[in-house]
Design a binder for this molecule. Structure first.
Ligand SMILES: *[C@@H]1O[C@H](CO)[C@@H](O)[C@H](O)[C@H]1NC(C)=O
Ligand SMILES: *[C@@H]1O[C@H](CO)[C@@H](O)[C@H](O)[C@H]1NC(C)=O
Ligand SMILES: *[C@@H]1O[C@H](CO)[C@@H](O)[C@H](O)[C@H]1NC(C)=O
Ligand SMILES: *[C@@H]1O[C@H](CO)[C@@H](O)[C@H](O)[C@H]1NC(C)=O
Ligand SMILES: *[C@@H]1O[C@H](CO)[C@@H](O)[C@H](O)[C@H]1NC(C)=O
Ligand SMILES: *[C@@H]1O[C@H](CO)[C@@H](O)[C@H](O)[C@H]1NC(C)=O
Ligand SMILES: *[C@@H]1O[C@H](CO)[C@@H](O)[C@H](O)[C@H]1NC(C)=O
Ligand SMILES: *[C@@H]1O[C@H](CO)[C@@H](O)[C@H](O)[C@H]1NC(C)=O
Ligand SMILES: *[C@@H]1O[C@H](CO)[C@@H](O)[C@H](O)[C@H]1NC(C)=O
Ligand SMILES: *[C@@H]1O[C@H](CO)[C@@H](O)[C@H](O)[C@H]1NC(C)=O
Length: 398
């Protein structure tokens, strides 16, 4: 009896379950459960709902309040929407609120402190930034706070993609006092300050980036860690249209706003020739603060064995590029590796940094790569799940 109890406890210690939330343009938000036992992983769908329909495009987890926010891009309607969900232990999501927004929300970030927390949305098609107050005191519903809409007097150098401003991401700075919004259409990184007592944003002087580069997503990096106050700070910006990563030194002028100085730029292929039509998308810094990873869509340079054992056709794959971060903001190319399929629009690392989940939009698949934390290198696919439609975001809930 005693022996079997010890045996069961040992088994339990070697098993762990984790959820991943996935959004797909086909209409569902899907909860996947990742379990691991003695080095073997299993990825299963445990819940699905259409409560962010018709076109879920982005997810923001609010772990401290047990909530998930989902943006419906509204691909065929005049409006988008933001749904807030309560999380549950079994992975199912229950709707708290669904509120109409300006069209085309594609990214969001939570800011402020209770009771004045809010969420800021970047709108691609709607050429806008909007904010919604989060009701932390009752039930996590959101209500409209502000709308900023932008226009261009003339198209940018890439007239087809830069015919209008296209806000593409929203990122909080490490002090929690500014939100930056890369605008692919306007070649700007917009900067917003905030009133901590109301959550109201105010526009500050934006950063102008290389004309035609099409800033899409961005990440802050401090060589001493983001929690380090007044330490050297950089912002890495992915230029989707030029296939670039550019580093800016960021400082805080006494007069307010943010100041930027360009210190480094490279292409998203580690300096190698960029394939025609390449469209980098997501950028993330590893939890150990040592590596930067960027996803390349539409390069199709890799062919990998099909992870489905019943399918012998090899899978055409785009790539993920890894760079080591240097204290002066420059990058040292480390690895170019298959993403696991087509159009890695989004990816995210788990807390330990040893697993990378990739949302493969044109493969309708989520793939989990093992990652060597010491070398900062991807190694092998440990699990995958097919999810209907164009999957566009995958985030961890550990
Ligand atoms: C959405 O999820 C429901 C419930 O699992 C399922 O019946 C439906 O086929 C899914 N639809 C899409 C488009 O994925
Ligand atoms: C665990 O995995 C190792 C290596 O693959 C294998 O040798 C061992 O038999 C496995 N143990 C159990 C309990 O499955
Ligand atoms: C949420 O609101 C949007 C915009 O009003 C609407 O189009 C959508 O159908 C709503 N979603 C649900 C699940 O009710
Ligand atoms: C839907 O979008 C249109 C056009 O942007 C806007 O005028 C209208 O107020 C929006 N409707 C709702 C319910 O938000
Ligand atoms: C999952 O948890 C939720 C909330 O606690 C509950 O309403 C639902 O019935 C559960 N679903 C399953 C399949 O157990
Ligand atoms: C949440 O609270 C607000 C304000 O108290 C209320 O208007 C709304 O109906 C509530 N919604 C839900 C889903 O409980
Ligand atoms: C912003 O626009 C949306 C969509 O038109 C609308 O529902 C919302 O009320 C607006 N917000 C404000 C603060 O006016
Ligand atoms: C950071 O700088 C601000 C403004 O100069 C100063 O008030 C604060 O004390 C500094 N913090 C640290 C930890 O040095
Ligand atoms: C992918 O790249 C090819 C060139 O290799 C280009 O013709 C095509 O338009 C690109 N597709 C997308 C969706 O960017
Ligand atoms: C086998 O894999 C190929 C490449 O990913 C895919 O195009 C094809 O649809 C798969 N076949 C089946 C039967 O799943």
């Amino acid at each position: 009896m005693l022996i079997s109890t010890v045996f069961l406890a040992t088994i339990a210690a070697h098993c762990s379950a984790t959820y991943l939330y996935v959004s797909s343009y086909a209409g569902n938000v899907t909860t996947l459960s990742l379990t691991e036992s003695n080095g073997t992983y299993s990825l299963q769908t445990v819940a699905q709902n259409a409560l962010c329909a018709p076109n879920p495009a982005w997810l923001t987890l609010d772990r401290s309040h047990n909530r998930l926010y989902c943006l419906n891009e509204g691909l065929t309607s005049l409006n988008g929407s933001i749904s807030s969900f309560a999380l549950s232990r079994n992975g199912s999501l229950s709707l708290l609120s669904n509120v109409s927004t300006i069209n085309g929300p594609v990214a969001s970030v939570i800011y402020g402190t209770t009771p004045n927390r809010a969420i800021a949305l970047a709108h691609y098609v709607g050429s806008a930034v909007s904010t919604f107050a989060i009701d932390d005191c009752s039930n996590g519903t959101t209500s409209p706070l502000q709308n900023f809409t932008f226009s261009l007097s003339q198209p940018g150098p890439n007239a087809a993609r830069q015919e209008a401003p296209h806000a593409h991401d929203a990122v909080l700075d490490p002090t929690g006092q500014y939100i930056i919004v890369p605008d692919l259409g306007a070649d700007l990184v917009r900067v917003f300050g905030m009133d901590a007592d109301t959550g109201v944003l105010n526009e500050e002087t934006p950063l102008s980036v290389a004309p035609g580069s099409g800033p899409r997503h961005a990440e802050f990096y401090s060589p001493s860690g983001l929690a380090c106050e007044n330490c050297t700070l950089y912002l890495y910006v992915v230029g989707e249209l030029a296939g670039t990563i550019t580093a800016y030194r960021v400082t805080y002028p006494a007069a307010g706003g943010l100041a930027f100085e360009e210190v480094y730029t490279t292409n998203t292929y580690g300096g190698g020739a960029l394939p025609a039509g390449i469209a980098p998308a997501e950028i993330e810094i590893s939890p150990d603060n040592r590596f930067l990873i960027v996803s390349n869509r539409n390069d199709s340079r890799f062919g990998i064995p099909n992870p489905d054992p019943n399918n012998s056709t090899s899978v055409v794959s785009d790539s993920l590029a890894t760079f080591a971060l240097n204290a002066d903001g420059s990058l040292a190319f480390t690895q170019l590796w298959p993403a696991g399929g087509s159009f890695p629009r989004h990816f995210s690392l788990n807390r330990a940094g040893n697993l990378v989940a990739v949302a493969l939009q044109r493969s309708s698949r989520v793939v989990i790569w093992q990652r060597n934390v010491i070398l900062g290198a991807l190694t092998s696919v440990v699990a995958y799940a097919d999810v209907e439609g164009q999957v566009n975001t995958v985030i961890w809930d550990e």
